[in-house]
Write a protein that binds this ligand. Structure first.
Ligand SMILES: Cc1cc2nc3c(=O)[nH]c(=O)nc-3n(C[C@H](O)[C@H](O)[C@H](O)COP(=O)(O)O)c2cc1C
Ligand code: SF4
Ligand code: SF4
Length: 285
């Protein structure tokens, strides 16, 4: 290690609507830079661009490699999970994982760790309890919805100041853990596959979530949906067409300035409400 200064890099993904993971990542980096240590931030944006980046990335420069993601359906976003398969051998390097979620991270870190085990990265820490404002359309009928889309009331205002301070402390603590040769590998990578994460498998989300219907009369062909899609799943032809399976993040739907993308979430919202109501009846919620 160069003059006991550590050089770290954090790869992260954070959707353009909320940016929760970005906020947490920047705070972890602040902690990691204390005392003159260096930390670079790399934001993942789109599947194919990210793969190119990973292919040419100078991993050898770094002592510590972090990866942060939002939780999508109890998993890491699938495009990120598939990208992790392309990380090269990282023998001799230390690593850490984290995520932000609306409150239920499911088996997100477990799945990332499982895929990265192949690289030899020694995972020294991880954290999956940071909350981020959750604007998924499944909460569209919540009382505080603005009408276009809903949000989960319990996640509103997160990550808050306390969580961001905690993220900075987490970063600071990583410095000693990296410098100490006796730091052991973290193996309790947290909850394993549960029923919900099994149901929302890659195939499961394709089947269960609604299709995209373009309202041509409203669409101005501005291209924003295609530009922000992390999967490059939308092509302009000259109107947008959805050409492949994707993360089902519905960011294209949320961000369209003309509300030209119609997705019918009624079935999914009804299902979610029935689970919530059953939970309330049994005093589980
Ligand atoms: C497609 C999608 C699926 C989500 N699934 C979950 C989930 O299973 N559990 C959860 O607690 N939060 C879930 N969330 C909420 C996000 O994990 C949370 O808002 C996160 O902080 C977003 O991070 P970002 O702003 O960095 O993208 C989901 C959000 C989206 C958009
Ligand atoms: S963002 Fe909306 S208006 Fe722009 S091309 Fe996509 S669907 Fe059309
Ligand atoms: S939901 Fe829309 S933005 Fe998200 S991955 Fe699918 S096509 Fe792309």
């Amino acid at each position: 290690m160069k003059e006991s200064l550590i050089y770290s890099v954090i790869f992260y993904f954070s959707q353009v609507v909320t940016g929760n993971t970005k906020k947490v990542t920047e705070k972890i980096a602040e902690g990691l830079r204390l005392g003159g240590h260096k930390c670079d931030l790399i934001r993942f944006t789109k599947y194919h661009t990210d793969l190119e980046l990973i292919k040419g990335f100078p991993f050898e420069k770094y002592d510590l490699i972090g990866i942060g993601v939002p939780v999508y359906y109890f998993h890491p976003p699938y495009h990120i999970l598939f990208e992790l398969e392309h990380f090269p051998s990282l023998n001799g390097k230390k690593g850490f994982l984290f995520c932000t979620s609306g409150g239920n991270p499911g088996s997100t870190l477990y799945q990332m760790k499982k895929i990265l085990d192949r690289t030899g990265l020694k995972m020294i820490d991880g954290y999956d309890k940071w909350i981020g404002w959750d604007v998924h359309q499944l909460y569209a009928r919540q009382e505080n919805s603005n009408g276009d889309y809903g949000w989960l009331p319990s996640s509103y205002g997160h990550p808050n100041e306390q969580e961001l301070n905690q993220a900075k402390k987490f970063g600071k603590a990583l410095i000693n853990k990296t410098l100490d040769p006796k730091t052991s590998e973290k193996i309790d990578f947290w909850s394993q596959e549960n029923e919900s994460s099994k149901m929302w498998s890659w195939k499961g989300i394709q089947k269960w979530f609604p299709e995209f219907n373009l309202i041509r009369e409203k669409c101005t062909q501005c291209g924003l949906c295609a530009q922000i899609c992390p999967w490059d799943a939308i092509v302009l032809d000259p109107y947008p067409r959805w050409v492949k399976n994707c993360d089902k993040c519905y960011i294209c739907h949320l961000k369209c300035p003309e509300n030209a993308i119609d997705c019918d979430f009624k079935k999914q919202i009804d299902y979610l409400e029935s689970i919530m109501n059953n939970g309330k009846k049994k005093n589980l919620i």
